[in-house]
Design a binder for this molecule. Structure first.
Ligand code: FAD
Length: 278
């Protein structure tokens, strides 16, 4: 099986952040991932930042996929952005609904869900882009029920997605079951696990509460017990995530997508421990 490995960045907000990301990218490019991806801020808040970061990576000759979200946007503005990426020669895109920033006064836009965005991309650009969509092994926080969330996932794949990347998780059984149930509904695309290295407990706990990804109780308690001891958090986090990835790969996962948080160290170390290729 040809596995796909990818690294996710967010667009830096300052010139110092941009310089740092260049250094991080150079370290990670040495691992020859299949692609880098660059997130798109809630409600389109980083539209230009995402575009500029994507173009910089693309100009370096590295494979890159912009994230694009539809909530709060018009069809015309999405089509315009797709055309800019297309004329630049970008061939892969991560298509999301996104979330409106809290307190945003703006409307919800013309497309309500990711399946409508996937349909629009296919209608406007045919097979030009390889389209990735998001999957939630522990279910999306707004899902009305697990069964409905799964059907909604399959709906956006049927709209024309080529593969999926999951929200991060630390429970390999949740991922295995999600994939099994998706297959049972006839969904054959690769579902690549999203991997969040553990380096900062407070930040991880905040993210996890917001996105509905569960940190198992024993991991949470252990991390909390380390207090400010960053070295112990790092060592334990690497251990937990290495074992998770080993299990996922042994069980046949079609690759790994690393949420790098614009840092190289943890991802490089995981790569080394997993004995990944290149
Ligand atoms: P959808 O697939 O549209 O699902 C959203 C909710 O609506 C789910 O509860 C689903 O069950 C329900 N639903 C879906 N379709 C329908 C329908 N047709 N009718 C009724 N209900 C429906 N956010 C960003 O802002 N920028 C990013 O760059 C970004 N990158 C991400 C990358 C990955 C790999 C992942 C996993 C998430 C990312 N997110 C990003 C977060 C994502 O935007 C949020 O989780 C968002 O709330 C849902 O996006 P979605 O594309 O999964 O939405």
């Amino acid at each position: 099986m040809q596995r796909t490995y990818s690294f996710e960045f967010f667009p830096p907000k300052t010139p110092e952040g941009a310089d740092k990301l260049r250094a991080v990218r150079a370290q990670l490019a040495a691992l020859a991932p299949d692609f880098f991806s660059v997130t798109f801020g809630a409600g389109g808040s980083t539209r230009e930042g995402t575009f500029n970061t994507v173009m910089e990576i693309h100009r370096e000759g590295l494979p890159v996929a912009p994230h694009i979200s539809c909530i709060g946007s018009t069809r015309a503005s999405i089509v315009e952005l797709l055309q800019r990426y297309r004329s630049a020669g970008v061939r892969r895109i991560v298509a999301l609904r996104g979330d409106l920033p809290s307190g945003a006064g703006a409307g919800r836009g013309e497309l309500a869900y990711a399946n409508e965005l996937v349909e629009l991309i296919r209608a406007e650009t045919g097979d030009w882009f390889r389209i990735e969509v998001a999957a939630y092994p522990e279910y999306h926080p707004q899902a009305r029920s697990p069964a409905e969330d799964l059907r909604n996932f399959v709906r956006k794949v049927r709209a024309g997605a080529d593969s999926a990347i999951t929200q991060y998780f630390y429970n390999a059984d949740a991922y295995a079951r999600f994939c099994e149930e998706a297959r049972r509904l006839g969904c054959e695309v690769p579902i690549v696990p999203g991997i969040m290295p553990i380096t900062n407990f407070a930040q991880l706990a905040r993210f996890s509460d917001a996105c509905g990804a569960e940190i198992p109780r024993w991991v949470r308690l252990k991390l909390a017990s380390f207090g400010d001891d960053r070295e112990s958090i790092r060592a334990f986090g690497l251990d937990v995530v290495t074992r998770l990835c080993e299990r996922l790969l042994a069980d046949g996962a079609p690759g790994l997508h690393f949420y790098t948080m614009n840092q190289a160290e943890a991802t490089v170390e995981l790569w080394r421990r997993l004995g990944l290729p290149r």
